[in-house]
Design a protein around this ligand. Structure first.
Ligand code: ZN
Length: 300
């Protein structure tokens, strides 16, 4: 099953994919809610109810806007340096315990929505990642049972502002600029993928350039280990998102460095999970600040 959180004529719609179209399952059964996060939190039998509704739901008609797949996750937990080649390009050792930081829900955007280059930095970078959405919560989950706690998988672009990321030991600020974290387009339930979504190709493409070429089989800590380790500390809740970390090829580690600029379109994809596409735009406030010095110069 493939599910999406849409806006149609400004109204939230919980949709399931049926063939080439989306159908409105929330309209058939209001207990499902109006987005994927609400669905997962609506009770342990959500998958059964959603599948049942999908058989009789009507196609979504009108202009579709994709919301962040889980619009307001209780937590967004991100693993860093979880790929041997990526740790090497960052000049850092492969960690023997996962690097973890968190993102705030308000930094997230949906498929086709713009990634915003802020006023404060040009160092806007891409990161293709597998995102795990938690279905059943819990504490101290055993790695052997961890995959039973997964609602499904999606694609994440962990848009990063590199100078802010390395300003302090904590990466958090560079990972939380507004409008930089793209999540979606669809939740793919686990039965459609290999166990733990392992062995899937991950790519980042901008224009003609293939910038990242990784595999979900190369994680240092796999999905089951990540769920187990994080739940040692935190109470995992339905709708929590765990981003599994990016492979090598980031713009910051290239020579010369390669950052995203307005007008480009960033495509991050994971085999069998989906392709997440986002245009790059400047923060509108940036145009205002950039005209000021020009006006001063012109006045001389
Ligand atoms: Zn990342």
């Amino acid at each position: 099953m493939r599910l999406a959180s849409l806006l149609v004529a400004d109204t939230p719609v919980l949709a399931a994919r049926r063939g080439d179209e989306y159908v409105d399952i929330g309209a058939v059964d209001p207990s499902l809610g109006t987005d994927v996060g609400a669905l997962i939190a609506s009770g342990p039998d959500w998958r059964l109810r959603a599948a049942r509704a999908a058989t009789e739901a009507q196609p979504v008609i009108g202009d579709i806007t994709f919301r962040p797949l889980v619009p307001r996750p209780p937590k967004v937990l991100c693993l860093g340096l979880n790929d041997v080649d990526h740790a090497a390009e960052a000049g850092l050792p492969v960690p023997d315990f996962p690097v973890v930081f968190s993102r705030v829900a308000s930094s997230l955007i949906g498929h086709n929505q713009p990634i915003v280059r802020p006023v404060e930095s040009d160092m806007l970078d891409y990161e293709v990642e597998l995102a795990v959405v938690i279905g059943r919560g819990g504490r101290r989950i055993d790695a052997a049972d961890a995959l039973d706690h997964v609602a499904g998988y999606t694609v994440f672009n962990d848009g990063s502002i590199r100078d802010y990321q390395v300003r302090t030991h904590q990466w958090m600020l560079g990972k939380n600029f507004h409008g930089t974290g793209a999540l979606g387009p669809e939740l793919v339930t686990p039965e459609e993928l290999p166990p733990g979504a392992s062995g899937l190709k991950m790519t980042t493409i901008i224009g003609e350039e293939r910038l990242q070429n990784g595999n979900t089989g190369a994680f240092v800590f796999d999905v089951a280990s990540a769920v187990a380790l994080l739940s040692t500390v935190l109470m995992l809740e339905p709708g929590d998102v765990i981003a599994m970390g990016t492979p090598s090829g980031i713009g910051f580690a290239r020579d010369p460095k390669r950052f995203m600029v307005p007008g480009e379109i960033c495509r991050v994809a994971i085999e069998g999970v989906g392709e997440l596409v986002n245009p790059i735009v400047d923060d509108p406030a940036r145009a205002a600040t950039e005209t000021e010095p020009k006006l001063q110069t012109g006045g001389v």
